[in-house]
Ligand binder design. Structure first.
Ligand SMILES: [Mg+2]
Length: 275
């Protein structure tokens, strides 16, 4: 008989990637083995990331390279969710759209049938989409702001100001979005976490599970967002939020563990949060 592990309270998990499974290019020690152990215990897993810089297939391949049994449909990204949201909320994606973001984000938008404008035609945009990417430049900011000041509607893949990297936090989608919002004097509709859209997609993917927990490293994006979407939550301390941040947080996780390994191991004592 298997010894009980903290994860046994749940049969379905929505697993955040950045700060939970890896930080930048570095896998978090024990995370891949823990995910394998959860699958071996019969848990169902869906992976969910706000990182808009890469395609779903890229994250699936990374998980598989670490030895995690993941298939293409198991990964949900904010980029893909944003494309789907626009397809269903903006006239089937027929409105001319200007996007600040990675080629992966643009590929998702095009795949959803959205008409993407080249940089030179950005003023004609009726929709502007913002996702963080490494090649962000002032010209994109200017084009987006001018389109928005002419009445375009603003969407973003997320609002996380930073994302965890081995050498410390890097500016993310939220930092670029803040610049766009400040200059355009408007506020975006956000599709990624902590908003409910992706959590709802994850939940429908886990249909049939009795109890589902979001596992994440970010008190707002994962814990508060997951709670608002009606899910239970597990905070891991390998990424954005630290133990001392928890007491000040408005929303408390249902469980705090040092890392993903502690969720799947009987030998490590998990700590239940108070309050
Ligand atoms: Mg994270």
């Amino acid at each position: 008989v298997n010894a009980a592990v903290p994860a046994d309270r749940w049969d379905g998990f929505v697993i955040d990637l950045d700060g939970v499974v890896w930080r930048g290019d570095e896998p978090i020690p024990g995370a891949a083995d823990a995910l394998g152990a959860l699958v071996a215990r019969g848990k169902r897993l869906v992976y969910l990331t706000n990182d808009p810089r890469s395609a779903r297939a890229h994250y699936t391949a990374r998980l598989r390279a670490l030895g995690v049994p993941a298939s293409a449909g198991d990964v949900l990204t904010a980029a893909a969710a944003t494309a789907e949201f626009l397809r269903s909320h903006e006239d089937a994606g027929s409105r001319p759209t200007y996007a600040i973001g990675s080629s992966a984000l643009k590929d998702e938008l095009v795949a959803a049938g959205i008409e993407l404008l080249p940089h030179e035609s950005a003023l004609q945009a009726e929709v502007v989409v913002v996702g963080g990417h490494d090649d962000f430049h002032y010209g994109e900011l200017r084009a987006a702001v001018q389109a928005l000041r002419r009445g375009a509607r603003l969407y973003a893949t997320g609002r996380d100001a930073v994302f965890p990297m081995p050498d410390g936090p890097w500016p993310g989608t939220g930092a670029i979005l803040a610049a766009v919002e400040a200059a355009a004097s408007t506020r975006a509709v956000v599709i990624g976490k902590p908003e409910p859209f992706m959590f709802e997609a994850a939940r429908s993917q886990l249909a049939g599970c009795r109890r589902i927990a979001v596992v994440g490293d970010h008190l707002e994006a994962d814990i508060a967002g997951g709670k608002r979407a009606g899910l239970e939550t597990v905070l891991v301390l390998t990424g954005n939020s630290r133990r001392e941040d928890v007491r000040a947080a408005a929303t408390q996780p249902d469980l705090i563990v040092a890392d993903l390994a502690a969720l799947a191991q009987p030998t490590v004592r998990a700590e239940h949060s108070v309050g």
